[in-house]
Write a protein that binds this ligand. Structure first.
Ligand code: 5AD
Ligand code: SF4
Length: 480
């Protein structure tokens, strides 16, 4: 017998407005003794797709799995349980996942004991879940973004009943505190400060898959960062879909800027945050970036388009002029700041002239990196119902022109450091050259430098930049 809870049907904008007033429950992780051995003598592997929020969720999923006895498998295709933590933001993100599922079908044919689970944003979409049920019958477990804490029970039911288990809650979401985590890095950590999104940009599916905006308690966040400092972590990245609206749902006047000031005092070496919404990036936050020694001189500030009419149709709630005014202020207050962005080309009916406005904006800001996308219609979102006269070939051609510009400034952003000494938090041995180590500078530039000293991994070292490439910098170690 299969189990199916309410699925999330796409809320209307009216629902969305009223959901802001629903209360948020903070739940503690509780492991029922009945399920605490469900993974004993078994191995697992989690595939993660999409944003940093999903990466952070996968650390919780791994932590919960290890808490009930599973061990991580080195080879994903030899694991007893494979979980795909999915992304629904664009069609090609979903297509990748359908492809991996196709491969797993073959693996399961050879090993019928393999169990396959799907979670993350795709199960929150009704049509994706229907497709999973009809075309991928070998999937054993489907759970949504609000069900992670129930994983031990769901696995128990899956093994006991020897049948498919589906649980996708339509709740707008709670806040799960205290869940175990298997952090992937020993020196850099994700720290969720909030969940969900209330923005409803017209192209975006996230407010539907991730629920309403809900902020974690500031004391919990500060405690988490203090614990990380005590464990030797050097860097935190604060996560949320729109971190600049942190605290708005709590109505106590404590804002994201206040949080930056408080976290700066915890002793953590480096603080980064993502993602920002230009509309909500306020003066206090910019002031905090100026004042706080540990807040890094780098900001990802998605602009999406350089044309006011398109921005309006996207429901972004700012104009190009307002965006540029914030950029000007950031450059004044944080000299040398490295700015990156997200841009969508080919939004329904985008004209050549409107696209050129985006190129103008890229030239004006000189973004030192950008994630660029062709607009992908997402069923249930307002933009998907807009008629679109722009042929796909034209959208592809616009993307190429945009990328050419973006790459130019990416390289320029690397070149400006040649001859300078920068501080690098060392991550690992370089993938393409075992004679090099690599890590990121304060401005979030990838730096490679010759060294075999593995003890440097997880430490901050000084590196003199000797050469700039488009995607990274080369340097020489100055001090150890
Ligand atoms: N099509 C293309 N890009 C999208 N993004 C979000 N939704 C879509 C969509 N439907 C992009 C935005 C966002 C980033 C995470 O993904 O640029 O900032
Ligand atoms: Fe999507 Fe807009 Fe929310 Fe970002 S702010 S997650 S683009 S709806």
């Amino acid at each position: 017998m299969s189990k199916k809870k309410m699925k999330l049907s796409m809320p209307s904008l009216k629902d969305a407005r009223s959901r802001k007033f629903e209360s948020t429950e903070v739940i503690s992780y509780h492991l029922d003794g009945k399920f605490s051995h469900v993974g004993e003598n078994k191995t697992y592997y989690v595939f993660t797709y999409g944003c940093q929020g999903n990466e952070a969720d996968s650390e919780v999923i791994s932590g919960i799995l290890e808490g009930v006895g599973y061990k991580r498998s080195v080879d994903p295709y030899k694991a007893d349980l494979v979980i795909l933590n999915t992304c629904a933001i664009r069609e090609n993100a979903e297509n990748r996942i359908w492809g991996v599922l196709g491969n797993l079908k073959g693996v399961k044919r050879d090993n019928p004991e393999l169990r396959i689970g799907i979670c993350g944003c795709m199960p929150q979409e009704e049509n994706a879940t229907e497709k999973l049920l009809t075309s991928y019958p070998f999937v054993d477990l489907i759970f949504g973004t609000h069900n992670i804490q129930s994983l031990p029970r769901l696995l128990f039911e899956m093994y006991q009943k020897q049948s498919k288990v589906i649980e996708v809650l339509s709740t707008q979401g709670n806040i799960l505190e205290d869940a175990p985590k298997h952090r992937e890095s020993k020196h850099k950590a994700w720290v969720n400060i909030m969940f969900g999104c209330d923005e409803f940009c017209t192209y975006c599916i996230v407010p539907y898959t991730r629920g309403k905006e809900r902020s974690r308690d500031k004391d919990e966040i500060i405690k988490e960062v203090e614990d990380l400092v005590a464990k030797g972590y050097k860097e935190v990245t604060l996560l949320g879909q729109n971190v600049n609206s942190y605290g708005n749902d709590k109505h106590d006047g404590y804002t994201f800027g206040d949080l930056l000031y408080d976290l700066d005092k915890t002793g953590i070496e480096r603080i980064r945050y993502t993602t920002s919404h230009p509309k909500d990036l306020d003066e206090k936050t910019i002031q905090a970036m100026h004042d706080c020694k540990h807040v890094m001189p780098q900001l990802h500030l998605p602009v999406q388009s350089g044309d006011n009419e398109v921005l309006k149709k996207m429901n972004r709630k700012y104009t190009v002029e307002e965006y540029l005014a914030k950029v000007k202020r950031l450059k004044e207050m944080v000299p040398g700041i490295s700015l990156t962005t997200d841009i969508i080309v080919g939004f329904p009916n985008e004209t050549e002239e409107q696209f050129k406005h985006t190129l103008d904006l890229v030239n004006a800001v000189e973004f030192e990196g950008a994630y660029t996308f062709i607009y992908s219609p997402r069923e249930g979102t307002p933009a998907a119902r807009m008629e679109d006269s722009v042929p796909f070939e034209e959208k592809k051609e616009r993307l190429e022109r945009l990328n050419e510009r973006v790459d130019y400034f990416y390289r320029k952003g690397n070149e400006r450091f040649v001859g300078e000494t920068v501080k690098v938090l060392v991550d690992s041995v370089s993938k393409n050259n075992p004679d090099n180590l690599c890590g990121y500078s304060e401005h979030l530039k990838l730096v490679h430098f010759p060294s075999h000293n593995l003890a440097l991994i997880g430490t901050i070292v000084e590196v003199k930049i000797t050469e700039a490439k488009t995607w990274f910098q080369m340097g020489e170690l100055v001090s150890e």
